[in-house]
Design a protein. Structure first.
Lengths: 322, 373
């Protein structure tokens, strides 16, 4: 057991899986000698060599497209896109190719790859380094999408993602890469993809979130002093509606919190799911606390954009008072 | 001297059996054994028949859009002839001749254009399904070849694309990856002069497309893409370079599609009839047949016999494609993921996306209350 940050936990998962499975190779920009711009691959180049930890040319579509070929050949590539804002050039390969190969070949060729991408705001980064595009990829059939909110979950979820036979996007919330430490077992463990985690149980209201926002939610709940159940999705696609529905059937109230813009965000999908499964249980309209339907601002205003304890607290009070 | 030349190069063009029947015996002698030359000629006749029938299937409403391959058989066939079984062939949609030579069942191509994904499920040989999105496949080939290098299994990949595809960013990224990371992939550009209606000068203003590869530091060559001998020659060089040195090669094969872009196209809108007439004289079958006849390897009788064989074979292929059991709605779901989520399972089971439709207890409830009869 070691006391690790989220990014250290990711490194540990990569090392342990690479030691077990020679089919795994990493490719991305600056991931080799430099260890990645967030140091997620620190020491891996030295440990596994340049054939397995590959500094790729600065070309995201190239990284994604060659990873597809590697995966179709039976390897288990783990490409990295340096920031979510740079997924644009890889979009075609990711959504029109990786996501579709299994279906278009009726199971003949599969793409068992894990695309690692740092995601979200809150680190005072430059433009296009702070977005939350998870809904875009959730709307792409064929991909699975995972986003951990803690060091413990990061290791277990990443191992599951690597072993999953489908293409998985593993979003790493950069705001909490080093925000806190947690006991992370040395031993191997997995956390199933598709299962949400109930962070704390409560009776008055259900709060649903994922990634770095889970931390904001936990703080808001503590500050409110209310008896609130917090659900961390952990997997964004497929969404664990069962866990959410059972909770809302119990509490009758729900607040959804995410960094991404409100309109067509995952909150809309979850709210619809709640309406479908908990219609007769609802005591109040489902509330969303989200990023605005604006461009993610440069960092001077990023805290104005991101859901914080105050905005979440207001939604809690309004929902409970309804 | 303040100004000096730091880089100079040239692009060579390889031609062995030209449109006038001239044969360069220095380059061409012994390159293709007679039996193989005959077999490949016979194969092209089969492909021509396939093309003709596929066109008719579309026109008679028995198949969707189809891109005729006629005139462009040699680049993929010459490549497939040289490639080994363990290698990957990663194509777009005018490489039937090479795909069939590798062992892809012909009905799979018909199934694809008949709107049936089962045509893309290929266990018979290492080929990827037809790539519809222009340029998307070159990166996959680079990855497949990279995997062969990583495993040290001696396999390489060969990918095909048109002149228009070299305008796509993915071409440049694939070339850059392959050259810089020493990946054993062969890039074959079938330059047929046209990307649907866009002439290749709008795709590339340099004198050759081959020289695009120079920018990435890889070997480049232009070849007469209607000359089977020349194509085999450059593929032998390129595959040796890949296998022995892990180096990519860029081959520009100049050729021409004698038909329209697809059955949805009418090339007379943008192509000159004189240009078509000129290329009809350069048809790869004409020079190959003359070559074989001069060597007493072919005759009119053999031609008749092979045309009859091709007609029967293609009829059987069409029957296979048309008589296959219809796909089921479940097929949409079953290969979506390896392991379906509960939501997808519900959609598959009920063929409904509405929650009331998906959940029998909700139906019961609403029925009881008289909302749904």
């Amino acid at each position: 057991m070691a006391n690790l940050t989220l990014v250290q936990s990711i490194t540990l998962a990569l090392i342990q899986e690479m030691e077990k499975d020679e089919r795994i190779i990493l490719l991305g920009e600056d991931i080799g000698l430099n260890g990645g711009v967030f140091r997620a691959t620190e020491g891996l180049f030295q440990r596994f060599g340049g054939e397995r930890v590959v500094d790729a040319p600065l070309a995201e579509s190239g990284i994604m497209g060659t990873a597809i070929g590697l995966a179709m050949a039976g390897l288990r590539p783990i490409p990295e896109i340096q920031f979510e804002g740079f997924m644009g050039p890889a979009f075609d390969q990711l959504t029109n190719q990786a996501a579709r190969f299994n279906s278009r070949t009726r199971g003949g060729l599969t793409c068992p790859l894990t695309l690692r991408v740092p995601v979200g705001g809150g680190i005072h980064a430059p433009e296009l380094h702070s977005d939350s595009p998870e809904a875009i990829y959730t709307h792409t059939p064929g991909l699975k999408i995972v986003m951990p909110s803690s060091p413990y979950d990061a290791k277990g979820l990443l191992i599951s993602a690597i072993r999953d036979p489908n293409p998985v996007i593993f979003f790493e919330p950069k705001r909490i890469y080093r925000a806190f430490r947690e006991e992370v077992p040395e031993d191997e463990y997995t956390i199933p993809i598709g299962e949400a985690r109930t962070v704390c149980e409560g009776e008055e209201l259900t709060m649903v979130s994922w990634g770095a926002s889970v931390v904001q939610c936990a703080n808001a709940i503590q500050e409110s002093g209310k008896n609130i159940e917090l659900i961390d999705l952990r997997t964004i696609n497929p969404i664990d509606m069962d866990t959410i529905a059972s909770s809302v059937q119990k509490t009758g109230r729900c607040v959804i919190v995410h960094e991404a813009p409100k309109t067509c965000g995952l909150g809309a999908e979850i709210a619809t799911g709640i309406m479908e499964h908990c219609f007769l249980n609802l005591e109040a309209p489902v509330q969303r606390v989200c990023g605005f339907d604006t461009i993610m601002p440069y960092y001077k205003l990023e805290l104005d954009y991101l859901p914080d304890v105050e905005r979440i607290g207001k939604a809690i009070n309004e929902t409970l008072a309804y | 001297m303040p100004v000096s030349t730091v880089f100079e190069t040239k692009i060579e063009r390889v031609s062995i059996l030209d449109e006038h029947g001239n044969f360069d015996s220095q380059l061409g002698e012994g390159l293709i054994p007679n039996d193989d030359a005959v077999a490949m000629y016979k194969h092209i006749l089969v492909c021509r028949r396939f093309d003709e029938i596929a066109f008719k299937l579309q026109r008679s409403g028995r198949m969707g859009t189809y891109p005729e391959n006629r005139g462009q058989e040699v680049p993929s066939l010459g490549a497939a002839y040289v490639l080994q079984k363990k290698d990957w062939m990663v194509t777009c949609y005018r490489e039937n001749a090479g795909l069939f030579w590798r062992g892809l069942p012909m009905e799979k191509i018909l199934l694809h254009w008949m709107g049936d994904e089962r045509g893309n499920h290929i266990d018979e040989c290492n080929v990827t399904p037809i790539a519809i999105a222009i340029g998307s496949q070159m990166l996959h080939a680079t990855g497949l070849a990279w995997a062969g290098k990583y495993r040290k299994d001696g396999s390489i990949a060969c990918t095909f694309f048109g002149d228009g595809a070299t305008s796509e960013g993915d071409f440049h990224e694939a070339a850059n990856f392959a050259a810089n990371l020493d990946i054993p992939v062969v890039f074959v550009c079938q330059n047929n002069g046209w990307a649907i209606s866009t002439p290749s000068k709008i795709e590339c203003s340099a004198p050759t497309i081959a020289q695009r590869g120079l920018a990435y530091g890889m070997d480049c060559v232009q070849v007469d893409g209607n000359d089977l001998f020349a194509m085999v020659k450059v593929m032998k060089d390129a595959t040796a370079n890949a296998r022995e040195n892990n180096r990519p090669t860029f081959i520009e094969a100049t050729t021409y599609r004698l038909g329209d872009h697809t059955t949805a196209d009418d090339a007379r809108r943008y192509r000159d009839t004189d240009e078509l007439a000129m290329w009809e004289k350069r048809d790869p079958t004409i020079r190959l047949r003359n070559y074989l006849e001069q060597k007493d390897l072919w005759s009119s009788a053999k031609e008749e016999e092979q045309l009859a064989f091709a007609a029967d074979l293609v009829s059987a292929v069409v029957a296979n494609a048309e008589e296959i059991d219809a796909p089921t709605t479940n097929d949409i779901f079953d290969s979506m993921y390896i392991g379906l989520s509960s939501e997808l399972q519900k959609q598959r089971q009920t063929l409904r996306t509405s929650s009331i439709g998906q959940d029998p207890s909700q139906i019961a409830q609403t029925a009881k209350e008289g909302v749904v009869k």
